[in-house]
Design a protein around this ligand. Structure first.
Ligand SMILES: NC(=O)c1ccc[n+]([C@@H]2O[C@H](COP(=O)([O-])OP(=O)(O)OC[C@H]3O[C@@H](n4cnc5c(N)ncnc54)[C@H](OP(=O)(O)O)[C@@H]3O)[C@@H](O)[C@H]2O)c1
Length: 321
């Protein structure tokens, strides 16, 4: 089968290590199932793998792609929860299993014609979502769902700031927080992206812009470029939830502000299978659909990642093999 494969790693030139090539068809072992890929989506995680961040070189070559929707050999239409872990090793939450991984870390990923995944990770695809839409959800949307509702406890009426609007996690966070009844502010770096934030239901601001009020919750996966602004936008006792650090992971922590304003800084990673199921139900019930920037073939995956690295896209980029 054909697949998009990480063959080498380079922090500054990540796409040099990406090849579309023939790979052996995967065969399921005990407890795992083959899924014929109907759609997959791109995530920043794939770029980190190609940069050599969080993915040891010994694990190459590795088929990329965390997110997939497809069909099993017996015709079941499924979405694959992207966190692979043992709930009992994480106190009932597989994202807290110290050995948990993401699809494409210890097993080959979704940018291929077929993938083999643990049977436990299969979730029935709701009829209300296409394969392309469903393939956008487990990692970016699942992470946003967990950040907002499990970790930050966002409630109707809360004020929420999302740092960045155009990306996968951030566009999902805006959409889900709006649907949950929060007033959502979002920063974005260009007028076009600010308009996009508005189309998702947020009140847009330029990056670093002064909001009309302080907020209970900030969603920040941008990191160094936005951290100081995130802390300044919080009410006393407010909470910033981070799931990433696209622009750098070591900003000034501003401990004086954190203790004096009694702020809370919490992390969030991935989503449990149960959270992805809840997300799918919520989206089907509310008729929410992820924004798809473009649908490309395997041969165009490099262009898709280039657009992602340059920030020249809105929402999610989907691949149909
Ligand atoms: N822990 C987890 O489980 C988990 C899961 C998913 C993602 N992540 C991490 O979360 C981050 C986002 O992932 P993604 O897949 O959503 O990436 P993405 O689609 O490429 O989105 C990147 C976002 O970052 C913003 N951004 C980038 N550079 C910026 C800068 N210099 N200043 C301000 N904003 C900037 C963009 O805002 P604009 O709208 O202004 O362009 C955009 O919204 C990545 O670091 C990823 O590794 C973590």
């Amino acid at each position: 089968m054909r697949a998009a494969v990480a063959v080498s790693q380079d922090y500054d030139h990540p796409l040099d290590g990406l090849q579309v090539q023939e790979m052996p068809d995967p065969e399921p072992g005990p407890g795992s199932v083959k899924v014929h890929v109907r759609a997959a989506s791109l995530n920043m995680h794939d770029v980190w793998t190609l940069r050599g961040v969080g993915h040891p070189a010994e694990k190459l070559p590795r088929i990329l792609g965390c997110d997939v929707a497809g069909v099993t050999d017996d015709g079941r239409e499924v979405v694959v929860a992207s966190v692979i872990g043992d709930p009992s090793a994480g106190g009932g939450d597989e994202t807290l299993d110290p050995r948990r991984t993401l699809v494409s870390e210890n097993i080959d990923g979704a940018l291929a014609e077929q993938i083999v995944v643990p049977e436990r990770n299969l979730i029935d695809k709701p009829a209300a979502l296409s394969f392309e839409e469903a393939a956008c959800l487990p990692t970016a949307w699942g992470t946003a769902f967990r950040m907002l509702f499990t970790r930050a406890g966002v409630r109707p009426g809360d004020r929420v700031l999302v740092q960045g609007a155009s990306g996968g996690v951030n566009s999902a966070a805006i959409t889900l927080a709006v649907a949950a009844g929060a007033r959502v502010y979002a920063t974005a770096r260009t007028p076009e992206k600010q308009e996009y934030a508005r189309s998702l239901g947020a009140i847009p601001f330029a990056s670093g812009g002064r909001l009309p009020e302080r907020v209970e919750v900030v969603v920040d996966n941008v990191g160094a470029a936005t951290w100081a602004h995130s802390l300044r936008c919080l009410k006393p006792g407010g909470l910033v939830v981070t799931c990433g650090a696209t622009t750098g992971g070591a900003p000034d922590p501003e401990l004086n502000r954190v203790f004096y304003q009694q702020l809370r800084v919490i992390g969030s990673t991935g989503a449990t299978r149960g959270e992805v199921e809840s997300l799918l139900r919520f989206m089907a019930d509310r008729d929410i659909h992820p924004h798809i920037d473009r649908v490309i073939g395997l041969d165009e995956v490099k262009d898709g990642f280039a657009a992602m690295i340059a920030g020249e896209f809105l929402g999610k980029i989907v691949v149909t093999p």
